[in-house]
Ligand binder design. Sequence first.
Ligand SMILES: Cc1cc2nc3c(=O)[nH]c(=O)nc-3n(C[C@H](O)[C@H](O)[C@H](O)COP(=O)(O)O)c2cc1C
Length: 184
Amino acid sequence: MRLLLGVTGGIAAYKAADLTSLAIKAGFEVRVIMTDSARAFVGPLTFEALSGNPVFSQVLETGGDSEGASAIRHISWARWPDVVCLAPLTQSTLARLAVGLADDALLTVVHAVRPEVPILLAPAMNTQMWDHPTTQRNLRWLQETGRYQIVEPVSKRLACGEVGVGGLADPQEILSQIQRALPG
Ligand SMILES: Cc1cc2nc3c(=O)[nH]c(=O)nc-3n(C[C@H](O)[C@H](O)[C@H](O)COP(=O)(O)O)c2cc1C
């Protein structure tokens, strides 16, 4: 089974390394796409070492990948997975997803994924960002499309010091939901 993991620029980005490792142990092949912000939190080398695959970040970068130098990389990556998970998903990428922007590698690939491939969203953010009306509206809208499954954030003491909803779900729980989302 092929898992495409999208990592965005939140403090919980390091937990995506755990998720990668857990998924590999569970028998998944994993490829990782990172936003530019995510790369400020965790180095791509971590994900390359854990997954054994190159990390994709720049849609307009020249040069090939395993599909060859001539491949349109965002399309070849979009055709690859059996399941997609964005974890952690920032408030900003969630908002851009909700309006259908494809202005980075992650969102370009996500919009090109085949419709039968499940896409899970595991948001993580400060409680005020989570409670913000636009965030809640964006989540409702994404759920209503029927295209996305939400892995709910947890309530805990957050990195910003506040106690409330917005913590990334436990990586093991995210993996369980990924496994349940797989067809057949
Ligand atoms: C230390 C630090 C921690 C952050 N943590 C989060 C977070 O957990 N969730 C979030 O939505 N944004 C967080 N941000 C803000 C994002 O990094 C910022 O909105 C960024 O533009 C997101 O880019 P991306 O969605 O393209 O990855 C944090 C910023 C900093 C400096």
